[in-house]
Design a protein around this ligand. Structure first.
Ligand code: FE2
Length: 291
């Protein structure tokens, strides 16, 4: 166990990481630091709400959403919840409750996120867990909105952020209490020793740069929840959960009246190769940086 001041990993913590593929660090961030990030995210959402809402054909919508997503590796962009719209395409909930996440480069473009992502506890944790020369590749501020916060299906983070050799570690911070009711994380203890099932890459077709999955191993991912041997990680705000890139994890929908905001920083080792077909690419003037 840790205190808020220390949050320094012990040998037992490192052993648990090797055994389980995840590590829970309570008290890593103060209530004030969490509140500052919640507030900053709301400002990004409010700014996004000033952009005109357009209606696209299905095909046009697919192309536009691909571009919005694929360009976000070097930007700060808002992504909507699937259940935020009516069948006619109008917002079904207030804007501030309609956003699924803000991503993916705010740790390099926004001073509030920069300070949070580069807090010494993040650097210490990444180093203790074996990321020798960390590169901060991806930020996600996840809202898990009340009532409409969607499920995140069981996956391995290395599917989306693969390096050669695999090196990605997720540093997930509860900005609000995460419980069974509001869609906490679930993880498969020891599941990081299984193979990487698939990679998510840029399609690179003549139609443009869509995305696709490349299957690598047919071993099925576990079923969500207890049936698949996953355990719930109910944690208080300020808790840091480190996730091995190969660890299967899942979170259910949020049908409660409370949001479950979290911030995830993904780091990779600078000595590993970043693939040319990775969905996440940075513009030349915004290379990945360390802590
Ligand atoms: Fe994940």
């Amino acid at each position: 166990m840790h205190t808020a001041e220390a949050a320094t990993l012990t040998d037992d913590d490192v052993a648990a990481w090797g055994r389980d593929g995840f590590l829970v660090v309570p008290g890593a961030f103060s209530a004030e630091a969490c509140a500052a990030l919640v507030e900053r995210a709301a400002e990004h959402v409010a700014a996004a709400g000033q952009a005109p809402v357009s209606v696209f054909s299905t095909q046009e919508q697919q192309r536009t959403s691909d571009e919005w997503f694929l360009g976000s590796g070097g930007a700060i962009r808002c992504f909507f919840e699937e259940e935020a719209f009516t069948d006619e395409g109008a917002l079904a909930v207030p804007l501030e409750q309609a956003i699924n996440k803000v991503g993916h480069a705010q740790h390099d473009l926004d001073p509030v996120y920069d300070a949070f992502a580069r807090d010494p506890v993040m650097a210490r944790t990444a180093a203790a867990l074996g990321v020798a020369d960390a590169r901060l590749v991806q930020s996600m501020h996840i809202f898990k909105q009340p009532r409409i916060g969607g499920e995140v299906t069981c996956h391995q983070d290395a599917t989306f952020l693969s390096t050669e050799p695999p090196s990605v570690v997720g540093l997930w911070v509860a900005l609000e209490d995460a419980t069974l009711d509001n869609g906490c994380l679930w993880a498969q203890p020891g599941g990081h020793r299984g193979p990487l099932r698939r990679r998510f890459v840029r399609a690179g077709t003549s139609d443009g740069d869509g995305t696709r999955f490349v299957d690598l191993d047919p071993t099925p991912l576990p079923a969500p929840g207890p049936d698949g041997g996953l355990v719930p990680l109910e944690v208080a705000a300020g808790t840091l959960i480190a996730l091995h890139g190969l660890l299967p994890h899942w979170s259910g929908p949020n049908r409660s009246d409370r949001s479950r905001q979290a911030y995830t920083l993904h780091v990779v080792d600078g000595s590993a190769e970043w693939p040319a077909d990775a969905w996440l690419q940075r513009p030349a003037d915004l290379p990945f940086r360390g802590f």
